[in-house]
Write a protein that binds this ligand. Structure first.
Ligand code: ADP
Ligand code: MG
Length: 255
């Protein structure tokens, strides 16, 4: 954040441990994401990134530890409180997960229609504002997801994730499987959502270039522990052998 005032923590995870049937997946996670920041969780496949993200939205409960969202611990919460806290989140999954039988417009309008009693005029102006934010032209409103490129679908997914103006947006591997140009577009959209809407973002990635492009903070996860956490420069300079090897696969080629 550009602000000089100390940032308020939006997501604070303390001492989180989680195992599945004796298999310890997260072995003691401490992570803090400040309001308005973009935190990238970087790590190899199977390192526990998605499991960690599911704890942030209360889809999984830890064996031990706390998960504070905007100051409230999710762990002891019942269904009603969890539903209330979940309304602070937008989610973008690896697959865009759009409804195939709905137009782009209806896909983006969907959360508004689910949660709010809004006039058609209000729905229209909110949907268009988010399509504009994602750089999607009016011509795509009436199209179906199958008629769009992968990158366009991704942008529609982002527009839908932010249409409720969430405080926090979680992205699980938003650029996996995309070509480099589309990846750059999606990175731009993530930054636009942060800049224009002030959202706090958590992005799971194994794409190092993308991580260093968008992150205020990077948390490097390996085998269920965060080995390094801090601004990109700090993670780049990490002396931890696992972090170094992982980063060199990319920086080694591109320095
Ligand atoms: N619901 C579950 N039940 C049992 N094991 C799980 C479950 N979810 C994830 N795991 C295991 O946890 C580990 C980390 O998974 P995950 O968080 O999906 O990794 P990634 O870093 O690739 O997102 C994997 O070994 C996976 O098999
Ligand atoms: Mg995953």
């Amino acid at each position: 954040m550009a602000d000089l005032a100390p940032a308020r923590p939006m997501i604070e995870i303390q001492g989180l441990q989680k195992s599945f049937g004796g298999h310890q997946v997260l072995t003691g996670i401490d992570l803090c994401v400040a309001e308005g920041d973009t935190c990238v969780i970087l790590g190899g496949s199977g390192s526990g990134k998605t499991v960690l993200m599911k704890h942030m939205i209360g889809l999984l409960k830890p064996d031990t530890g706390q998960v504070l969202i905007d100051g409230e611990d999710l762990v002891p919460m019942g269904a009603e409180d969890l539903a209330r806290v979940r309304n602070k989140f937008g989610m973008v999954f690896q697959a865009a997960a759009l409804f195939d039988s709905m137009t782009v417009y209806e896909n983006v309008a969907f959360p508004l229609r689910q949660h709010r009693q809004l006039s058609e005029d209000e729905v229209l102006s909110r949907v268009r504002a988010k399509l504009d934010l994602m750089g999607l032209p009016r011509a795509v409103e009436g199209k179906f997801p199958a008629d769009l490129s992968g990158g366009m679908r991704k942008r529609v997914g982002l527009a839908r994730a932010v249409v409720m103006e969430p405080k926090i947006v979680l992205y699980d591997e938003p650029t996996t499987g995309l070509d480099p140009i589309t990846t750059d577009y999606v990175d731009e959209m993530i930054l636009a959502a942060q800049r224009e809407l002030g959202v706090t973002s958590v992005v799971i990635s194994h794409d190092i270039a993308s991580a260093f492009n968008i992150a205020d903070q990077i948390a490097f996860l390996s085998k269920g522990v965060i080995l390094e956490q801090g601004p990109p420069e700090q993670v780049r300079a990490s002396e931890h052998p696992t972090v170094k090897v992982f980063l060199e696969t990319w920086f080694g080629k591109n320095d």
